[in-house]
Design a protein around this ligand. Structure first.
Ligand SMILES: NC(=O)c1ccc[n+]([C@@H]2O[C@H](COP(=O)([O-])OP(=O)(O)OC[C@H]3O[C@@H](n4cnc5c(N)ncnc54)[C@H](OP(=O)(O)O)[C@@H]3O)[C@@H](O)[C@H]2O)c1
Ligand SMILES: *[C@@H]1O[C@H](CO)[C@@H](O)[C@H](O)[C@H]1NC(C)=O
Length: 256
């Protein structure tokens, strides 16, 4: 596929450059500074990209780039959610603009685009319920309004998925493009975290579920690598009909 990657200079964005190329996608990188992107990648990798400068809060520019470059899919890693419950970051404005641009391009073309967005583990449901984990651990709350916007889209406007990892750490700081991926695969599930460890603790009134969330999400079990998540998205974009259409996706390292 031809993939528009918004936020290519970021931690996850750089690994997506690599993973998308390894999966033989064409990559159009949308960044605020091409000089910055060039400084972060080996020349041989940078040379394989189409690079377009623009701001992620500019929905018109995003729509134009998608249509002019004939992109089939987009991945947005631009903008970072604030941690504290009261934090206000650029992410909601970026998210809305990207969504509007992608939707507009799909409507003009008459076919919705495939799109991966990033959320956080807190927007996943506590297993067996329809209560978001961030109700129990109120951090990174800005992802909630973003997911709400996606879920409110009329059908056939964007073929979206939202990847919702816990902390992502780098495996390596060097960005290379191997012919085969060597990262351990993630186990994924729709709507809730996979392989949740349940506990009797949940029955303790009021603090039970928050404690079980902390035991699971705070224990490092759900920590994954940036490379694994990039690989997950790049692999999914090979399929015409994704298993993950219209859902928030929880992930865990298969080895944990
Ligand atoms: N890292 C984690 O552990 C983790 C865990 C769960 C979820 N997430 C989510 O995953 C996403 C990616 O995380 P990350 O660690 O890769 O973040 P990051 O390294 O901080 O990258 C953020 C990217 O956003 C770009 N950006 C910011 N504002 C922009 C704008 N107005 N226009 C264009 N680009 C803009 C930055 O570009 P510049 O280089 O131009 O500044 C940078 O490339 C975030 O949404 C984050 O909330 C991260
Ligand atoms: C990408 O293309 C190369 C060369 O044609 C091929 O060897 C490789 O298996 C392809 N990778 C994937 C993930 O399809």
């Amino acid at each position: 596929m031809k993939v528009l990657l918004i936020g290519a200079t970021g931690n996850l964005g750089l690994r997506l450059v690599s993973a998308l190329l390894t999966h033989n996608h064409s990559v159009v990188a949308y960044v605020r500074s091409s000089t910055k992107l060039e400084s972060l990648l080996p020349a041989s990798v940078y040379g394989q990209l189409t690079v377009i400068q623009g701001n992620a809060i500019d929905s018109v520019s995003i729509k134009t780039v998608i249509l002019d470059s004939n992109c089939d899919a987009i991945v947005n890693t631009a903008g970072v959610a604030g941690v504290a419950p009261w934090a206000k970051s650029d992410l909601p404005a970026i998210f809305r603009a990207v969504m509007d641009g992608v939707r507009g391009a799909g409507e003009e073309r008459g076919e919705p685009l495939r799109a991966w967005f990033l959320g956080g583990q807190g927007v996943l449901f506590y297993p067996g319920s329809e209560v978001m984990m961030s109700n129990y651990i109120p951090i990174y709350l800005e992802h909630r309004q973003n997911l709400r916007l996606l879920k409110a889209l009329p059908p056939n406007t964007i073929d979206w998925s939202m990847l919702c990892p816990n902390t992502m750490v780098p495996e390596s700081s060097s960005i290379t493009v191997p012919t085969q991926s060597s990262h351990k695969v993630l186990i994924a599930s729709a709507g809730t975290p996979p392989e949740w460890k349940d506990s009797w603790v949940k029955y303790i009134p009021l603090i039970g579920r928050p404690l079980v969330c902390a035991m699971n999400a705070g224990s490092g079990r759900y920590e994954t690598t940036l490379e694994q998540n990039a690989e997950f998205i790049a692999g999914d974009l090979e399929s015409v009909e994704s298993r993950w259409s219209g859902v928030a996706v929880g992930v865990i390292d298969g080895a944990k």
